[in-house]
Ligand binder design. Structure first.
Ligand code: B12
Length: 497
């Protein structure tokens, strides 16, 4: 069925270049944990693996490919040279973001043009959520859905004639008009997979970038993932497609050992917990942080992905602060309980939030919240309720995202069924400030104005309540970058409301 037998020994894992807007670069190189995990597993079974992160290697190579849009990464010529130099028997492409699918596709074309006949496997959140669409492109010979360590290993072993077809899982084979699908049978046991192959990830190349997934305090930072999976059913999230609904936590000692390696072998000073939900199991989280304290690692850390406010208590927050946490973002999404429960389906009781925020403020732990505006069912009044809710807690710069219909989410299905996707809907616009949904209550133009007004209102609330703090902060920032003032008026001053 799958064609000729291979003799795969050398595997190249590549993360493609990225497109981003010139005025708001919303992507940063970050050690690629997914490829690190895949590489470590493959290497354990004797394969020679190389990782190429085009974004990191070509971070200063910025090409305007359309007015206002940059492509960041190494050039096609350099990528072709890298591929030739390594001579892979198989190439794996990591495509996390729907927005970057076009770059994953052009990379696959480049591989086929450079080394015709080399099998190309694609994996990551986007192909997992939209396999049929991705498999329309025959440059991708295989697609691994979700957690990739075991499915990729099995695929390669199968291609080498070392495994039965019946053992394939979580993989699509794309050599027919209708792709063949082998569904997932299991998720990994964390004790069976190695730590990411840090030595293949060129960590030094990432250090010193202070704006990786939020602002970093230390040059030597590193993401870490202590669990996978989230049982919450928030309509805008596709995490369960990749990791499943069950919360699967690594053993605490397994995590502690990884931290020890990061500290002792790589001099890591700062950690970013990139779990979907680091504190979901509160008792486990407390044990983890207690152990970090005992070990006296001295890391500074945050949770850039946000933490679920329904999985926090004051004792846990104090412990987090004690053991190096300097910032928490509470993913509350809205200040209106009915909207949160009915339209977003987040299992959070908003009444628990103010005391948590107050506690953070009292212990000196920087706290903010994530809000999402423009979900179906939301009205302007609900948005203002959210604004008043956060301001009442003394939060004036919440992280506001515009509702985005990522493939694989319930939100996408709702929008498709109800005709809420904008007319010129494009994967390229799927990011937190892309306006891809148009509901009868909040068409994009109206929503954009409301968001601008809300941000301005919050700024004035802050000015009213903390005048000296705000003025000195703004003066300092304007002195460093006088063009801010022009940008400010372009955004708020001239927007007719
Ligand atoms: C870190 C991160 C970022 C970093 C990325 C840094 C970088 N340069 O890579 C930053 C902050 C820049 C970022 C930005 C954005 N992000 Co982000 N991000 C993440 C996050 C939290 C962690 C990624 C990670 O390390 N995961 C852990 C590793 C182990 O998993 P993994 O990489 O997915 O790999 C596994 C599998 O996917 C698979 N796999 C992956 N690659 C491959 C390749 C092959 C060949 C195979 C076989 C398998 C395979 O196997 C791996 C091991 O099991 C994920 C959520 C999550 N928990 O995964 C979101 C996530 C990837 N991000 C998401 C989004 C939406 C964005 C933004 C669009 C948000 C925005 N700002 O508007 C932007 C995109 C910016 C842009 N211009 O493109 C979505 C993607 C959804 C989608 N369909 O697009 C995710 C899934 C979050 C979510 N649940 O919605 N992000």
């Amino acid at each position: 069925m799958i064609g000729k037998m291979h003799n795969i020994k050398r595997i190249l894992l590549v993360s493609p270049s990225a497109s981003t807007s010139e005025s708001n670069i919303d992507i940063n190189p970050l050690p690629p944990m997914g490829m690190g995990y895949l590489a470590a597993t493959l290497r354990q079974y004797g394969f020679t693996v190389k990782i190429i992160d085009s974004l990191r290697l070509g971070w200063s190579n910025r090409v305007v490919f359309r007015p206002g849009m940059l492509r960041i990464g190494i050039s096609d010529e350099d990528m072709a040279r890298e591929i030739e130099a390594f001579s892979p028997d198989l190439v794996g492409i990591s495509n996390l973001f729907s927005k970057q699918f076009h770059n994953a596709l052009s990379l696959a074309k480049l591989v086929k043009g450079t080394r015709p006949g080399t099998p190309v496997v694609v994996g990551g959140a986007h192909p997992t959520a939209a396999p049929e669409m991705v498999l329309d492109h025959k440059e991708f010979d295989f697609l691994v859905e979700g957690e990739g360590e075991i499915p990729l290993l099995k695929l390669v072993q199968f291609l080498n004639g070392k495994l039965q077809e019946s053992e394939l899982e979580a993989v699509w084979v794309n050599n027919r008009t209708t792709p063949l699908h082998y569904p997932r049978k299991s998720f990994v046991d964390f004790n069976d997979i190695p730590y990411p192959a840090f030595d293949l990830m060129n960590l030094e190349g990432y250090f010193g970038l202070y704006t990786a997934h939020g602002t970093r305090k230390n040059p030597r930072f590193m993401p870490i993932i202590t669990s996978r999976g989230c049982p919450a059913k928030c309509t805008f999230c596709s995490a369960a497609k990749v990791w499943g609904r069950k919360f699967r936590a690594r053993d605490i000692e397994n995590v502690i050992e990884e931290m020890r390696i990061l500290k002792n072998e790589y001099g890591i000073q700062e950690l970013m917990f990139e779990d979907d939900n680091t504190t979901l199991d509160v008792r486990r989280a407390k044990k983890l942080f207690e152990r970090m304290k005992e070990e006296r690692f001295g890391f500074e850390w945050d949770t850039p992905n946000g933490v679920a406010a329904f999985a926090l208590d004051e004792e846990l927050l104090t412990l987090m602060k004690d053991v190096g946490c300097y910032k928490v973002n509470l993913a509350i999404e809205s200040g209106n309980q009915e909207h949160l429960t009915k339209n977003i389906r987040k299992p959070l009781k908003l009444k628990s939030v103010p005391s948590l925020v107050k506690h953070c403020q009292a212990i000196g732990l920087d706290v903010s919240v994530f809000l999402v505006f423009g979900m179906p069912g939301e009205t302007e009044a609900v948005i203002w309720e959210s604004a008043r809710f956060v301001a009442s807690m003394g939060i004036y710069s919440p992280h506001i995202s515009i509702a985005t219909p990522y493939p694989g989410t319930e939100l996408f299905e709702i929008c498709r069924q109800k005709g809420y996707l904008v007319e010129d809907f494009s994967l390229d616009d799927l990011y937190i400030r892309g306006y891809s949904i148009s509901t009868p209550e909040l068409p994009p133009k109206k929503l954009r104005k409301i968001v601008n007004r809300v941000e301005l209102w919050l700024l004035f609330q802050n000015l009213k309540n903390n005048p000296w703090q705000v003025l000195s902060h703004q003066l300092f920032r304007t002195a460093r970058n006088p063009f801010r003032i022009v940008k400010f008026f372009a955004r708020y001053g001239f927007s007719k409301t």
